[in-house]
Design a protein around this ligand. Structure first.
Ligand SMILES: Nc1ncnc2c1ncn2[C@@H]1O[C@H](COP(=O)(O)OP(=O)(O)O)[C@@H](O)[C@H]1O
Ligand SMILES: [Mg+2]
Length: 151
């Protein structure tokens, strides 16, 4: 089953300097691996799929159809996306930004923690977490956040 359809996709950071040229690709449901030499445009393609480009840089032609999928991107170094010291503070900060009532924080925090199994290091400094633990916290934010918001 095709989940993401890319048709005639071209992209340039600077006009006329094409990084991606007339790409046609169908990405099926499930796990896919994107490989290629350094600088060939892997990160650029993922940022296009995530909708970061052309919003924040570059010029795009062609189409990316997500077939109803929501997009979320986790960076290779998950630490880049945190603003607070601990996972608990990070979650509360996000709940504040969503404009939720304070009396809802605890229930939503509990749900988020159970869902993503981060209870063991909820109050540990993020800088001291292992790579995998950081990814688990990042994963919570980038792919499960809508679920927690509406729970
Ligand atoms: N923000 C940017 N502005 C200008 N050129 C960029 C930018 N980001 C990446 N590039 C260039 O685009 C090409 C593809 O980069 P990238 O998608 O990061 O490659 P990969 O992830 O496959 O290593 C490279 O030549 C890189 O120098
Ligand atoms: Mg890259």
């Amino acid at each position: 089953m095709t989940k993401i359809t890319i048709s005639h996709l071209s992209f340039a950071y600077r006009k006329k300097d094409l990084i991606i040229k007339d790409l046609n690709l169908e990405i099926p449901a499930g796990l896919s691996l994107l490989t290629g030499p350094t600088g060939c445009g892997k990160s650029t393609l993922l940022k296009l799929i995530a909708g970061l480009y052309p919003k924040y840089a570059g010029h795009r032609d062609g189409q990316i159809v997500l077939n109803g999928l929501t997009k979320a991107m986790m960076f290779q170094n998950p630490a880049e996306q945190f603003t607070m010291a601990t996972p608990r503070e990070e979650i509360i900060f996000a709940l504040e930004n969503l404009g939720l009532n304070k009396d809802e924080y605890e229930r939503k925090l509990d749900f988020a923690v159970k869902f993503s199994q981060i209870d063991k290091f909820l109050d540990q400094k993020i800088i001291t977490l292992s790579g995998g633990e950081k990814q688990r916290v990042a994963w919570l934010f980038w792919s499960q956040w809508t679920l927690i918001y509406f729970y």
